[in-house]
Design a binder for this molecule. Sequence first.
Ligand SMILES: Nc1nc2c(ncn2[C@@H]2O[C@H](COP(=O)(O)OP(=O)(O)OP(=O)(O)O)[C@@H](O)[C@H]2O)c(=O)[nH]1
Ligand SMILES: [Mg+2]
Length: 459
Amino acid sequence: MADKTTIGALATAPAPAGIAVVRISGPATKKALRNLFRGKKDPVANPRLLVFGDLVDFKSGDIIDQALAVYMPAPFSYTGEDVGEFQFHGSPLLVQKILRSLFASGVLPAEPGEFTKRAFLNGKLDLVQAEAIADLINASSENALKIAGEQLEGRFSSSINSIGEPLRDTLAELEASIDFPEEDIDEVKLSNTKHVIAKTISEIDALLQSYSFGQVVKEGFRVLLCGPPNAGKSSILNRILGRERAIVTEVSGTTRDLIEESATLGGYNFIFCDSAGIRETSDSVEKIGIELALDRLEWADLVILVADASDEARQWEHVLPLLKGAAKKIWMVTNKIDLNPSAIGSIFCDSSTCQQNFYISARTLAGFESLTQALIDEVAHSLPSQSEASSVVTNERHRSLLSRARASLQRALEGCGNQPLELVSIDIRTALTSLEEIVGKTYTEDILGRIFSKFCIGK
Ligand SMILES: Nc1nc2c(ncn2[C@@H]2O[C@H](COP(=O)(O)OP(=O)(O)OP(=O)(O)O)[C@@H](O)[C@H]2O)c(=O)[nH]1
Ligand SMILES: [Mg+2]
């Protein structure tokens, strides 16, 4: 599996910074270090020691910058190959010069994620761990960090591996009875097989169920602001974001499009979506906006129905029936209580439809704290505890392989006693292959290409 080529890339962000790091990996790393670096000590002769010196141009020998260099021989490196790194002043121009010099010396530019891909191919990490590295880098909340960290440590992989363990034993038993048909499989063995399959299915189901909060952790808890026109939906969005993202006017029907923005509250990721006010209208553009808003009901983890405390026509009452059934969870937020404080407690949505009622003013900010705190609590409670974090599915690839494994096992279960054992064992084997694909025990170039192309260059 070892790659004969030697690759190099900038490992830090391509912007002015205190330092920049260029990383090299492959069999010609030693040569590259000697070609480009002049220090009092030879980094190659002093593995894992940071050595001070000059980076020089491969062709002219001119000094480009002062630098620290380090050599990490195989197999004790990130990629499992010989790895070298230069740390130098983080100027994009210096980066260009050094990379040009490096590539002129015969090192090839690394593809996105190629260092991590090599680490995977050299058995330094499995596929789940490799994906966790990308998640760790892109994590935008404490919880996302925590789950990516657990996955990187290998706990998710061990849960996947241990789910497959009893199946492997069962498969061996089944195959033995296929090979020696005279030792007919007895009823006890068959019911044991069924038991193992059913248990595995329920374990897979538990993982699949974690995917929805896996998404919440990774992308954010989805909140849709909807309600009649002019209730203050856009004003609330702006207040939550702390900036004027959506246009606010006293004209009913101001917002036409969906306005989606991410925000972090209390360390949790949220995606807020403002939408067009819902009402009967002949305006064709507004109509489209209203359809978009209603289409979004299913998308949302929580729908906030915004009512106007000063609205004598009580327009929210016409919106509420549209939300019922389509929304997973509804909260009613009565806004503009500065205009009508007596709305508190008198305007409300009953608990069979809405989980909670809030009274706020987007003008004075009254009630905002308890609304944002409730949003934070809502996410905090929906998330798994520390001990469960190792078995949260956050990745769509993992989810689809798990459901494929589940489908094969379901077929195997239905086949037990009704189908030839050969067919049952094929289904079990297919399920095992799906599980193995998650951690990368079996993989194709195509799968690797898809996973690593999403990485940044230099990772
Ligand atoms: N007094 C008062 N006025 C508010 C409050 N919140 C919003 N408004 C005003 O109400 C009007 C409508 O606010 P928007 O935020 O545009 O309402 P919207 O629900 O997004 O309206 P559409 O986009 O038309 O559906 C604006 O003039 C706001 O300044 C509030 O809490 N108190
Ligand atoms: Mg609006």
